[in-house]
Design a protein around this ligand. Sequence first.
Ligand SMILES: Nc1ncnc2c1ncn2[C@@H]1O[C@H](COP(=O)(O)OP(=O)(O)OP(=O)(O)O)[C@@H](O)[C@H]1O
Length: 355
Amino acid sequence: MMRGNLQLAFEQFALNSGEFELPLSGITVLFGRSGSGKSTLLRAMSGLDKRTVGELSVNDEIWQRGSYALPPQKRHIGFVFQDAALFPHLNVKQNLFYGIKRLPKNIAPANFNDIVERVGIADKLDRAVTFLSGGEKQRVAIARALLMQPKLLFMDEPLSALDWRAKAQLLTLIEELVHFFKIPVFYITHAPNEVERLADRIVFMKSGHIETIETLQQALSRMDSPLFDEQGVVSVLSGKCGEKTEYGLRQVQLGDDQLWLSEAHTAAQQLLRVVILAKDVSVALSDPHDTSVTNHLKTTITSINEEDNHRLLVRLQLQDGQHLFAEVTRRSADRLQFKVGQTVYALIKAVAIME
Ligand SMILES: Nc1ncnc2c1ncn2[C@@H]1O[C@H](COP(=O)(O)OP(=O)(O)OP(=O)(O)O)[C@@H](O)[C@H]1O
């Protein structure tokens, strides 16, 4: 567990986090407007800025108490930034060894071959880094961080300079690495789709302060979630990929319910997240058998909220407890007389798999 309350003041800006408590597992996303202090909070946690004051402890080790600060090199934090920051005159292997040579004597580097293999750069070790693509450079930066056996990995907008294909590949890689190496990751991003894909919990920052810390499910269950962007309200459901495929569709289990998705590359039994836009969900009072919509789920209405004059957002609870938003017109809601507690069927027109 990380516990703290950190302050770091510059001339024009002051970080004053407020008290926080963060489990050191999985991926913690820092989310907030540009200038809200996300990078400054990571800097304060890292001990890199000597002006930091306040309290910080990690698994009962004191990292900051007043103006006492554990030196940054004793915190064993790995960093990956937006720009891979590799030495241009060194090749990939030399870049990786640069960090290893500077490790404190009492720390053994991680297994080199294992890391370069997992990160997908084993065949690029002799390349000049200037000839690598943006995605490959970030892989080298990730490998360099992992080789130092960090207790914590800080990633500050690691994908923001990459194209969509490289982003998708690196998102998969980051997920796999966290799962495999079990290193807690603190991850800064502006992109709701990265949050929906990766986050276990989210630290929402505003004007240098932690506004709230929520699990992804909590953050997505409120209608005013800062995660909702131009796509409008979305739901993220977690399920397990089933064995069964039919007509190019694969079954995904949500408790006792099933969704059918376009054939995913995800292996059977693997957990996956899917995103459903509220505007792609309709609501029916009975389970219709004469519709082309494949996915119907039996649900209970848990709230009905006004979105604007003509549209309502209906929050539905699935049988396994997860929730799903449906956007309906006021006209339909009045005609069908929706009520909280009522059993209804969600008809899902489109599902996007996060992979
Ligand atoms: N070393 C510094 N000296 C002075 N001001 C700084 C310093 N570092 C950051 N700031 C200021 O602190 C504020 C918060 O910056 P910070 O980089 O933490 O925000 P952010 O939420 O990470 O933003 P972004 O998403 O744009 O990266 C900004 O106004 C920035 O100009």
